[in-house]
Design a protein around this ligand. Structure first.
Ligand code: KIV
Length: 259
């Protein structure tokens, strides 16, 4: 089992780490009360809350707002907030943006990228802010990459992922999200790193798993990623309640009861 010596919340992240996104107070509170170890205020809120096509229009102001309201609902879990696209283009900008998310209530911040982000990671961790890295499929680069594609499919890509993960660990990251990486490669990364890996669409050998909460509860019926296992039917329950409300109003209008 891996140890987490660095961040102050190390004793609250016990492999297998459980992580879910939350973007609002009630969801954050429900996740926290259920015992979820890490709550990610993900920039996936661009899709799941704002209805955008991807995460590329999410702003720091939006992330600050959502981090503030999530923080209010959390007593035990670690609150991790995403640095949105173009808020960490330089080390100075990365640190300034990270400080704003911490001021909003984040225990730690996450950014996407590998070797190209080492200076940014060092700036943030050097200032004492815990940082989670994110490798593999990088949603903030979905437009450049032309879609959500599996990573580590060939030897060269696999080697580069392992090397980037080791460099991020050396730069001070306390954990790494591995998104859509071939399971065998994610397993090797998990073996070779001293810090935990938190997988999404990267197989079961990671030290933890993270999911978008809507994918778990069935609250976003229009799209579910192929790797997600849906454990609830929130959309159906909501549709049922809405339909009964419409019926109730029509009925009370007709009968004058209860008003
Ligand atoms: O924003 C997000 O939800 C994420 C997960 C995909 C890990 O970064």
């Amino acid at each position: 089992m891996k140890s987490l010596p660095r961040p102050p919340f190390a004793d609250r992240l016990i492999p297998p780490i459980t992580a879910l996104t939350a973007y609002d107070y009630p969801t954050a509170r429900l996740c926290d009360e259920a015992g979820v170890q890490l709550i990610l205020v993900g920039d996936s809120l661009g899709m799941m809350v704002a209805g955008c096509e991807d995460t590329t229009s999410v702003t720091l102001a939006q992330m600050i707002y959502h981090t503030t309201i999530v923080r209010r609902g959390v007593k035990n879990a670690v609150v991790l907030a995403d640095l949105p696209i173009h808020t960490y283009d330089t080390p100075d900008e990365a640190l300034a943006s990270a400080r704003q998310l911490v001021a909003a209530g984040a225990d730690a911040v996450k950014l996407e990228g590998g070797f190209d982000q080492i200076a940014q990671v060092e700036a943030i961790t050097g200032a004492g802010i815990p940082l989670c890295a994110h490798l593999g499929m990088l949603p903030q680069r979905v437009r450049e990459e032309g879609g959500y594609k599996k990573k580590g499919r060939n030897e060269e890509e696999a080697r580069s992922l392992v090397a980037a993960a080791l460099a991020l660990e050396a730069a001070g990251a306390f954990a790494i999200v591995l998104e859509s990486i071939v399971a065998q490669v994610a397993a090797e990364m998990s073996d070779r790193l001293g810090i935990p890996t938190i997988g999404i669409g990267s197989g079961h050998h990671c030290d933890g798993q993270v999911r978008v909460v809507h994918d778990v509860t069935g609250a976003y019926p229009w799209f579910v990623p192929p790797f997600a296992r849906v454990h609830g039917n929130v959309a159906e329950v909501t549709r049922g309640a809405l339909s009964r409300f419409l019926d109730e109003v029509a009925e009370s209008h007709r009968t004058g009861f209860p008003g």
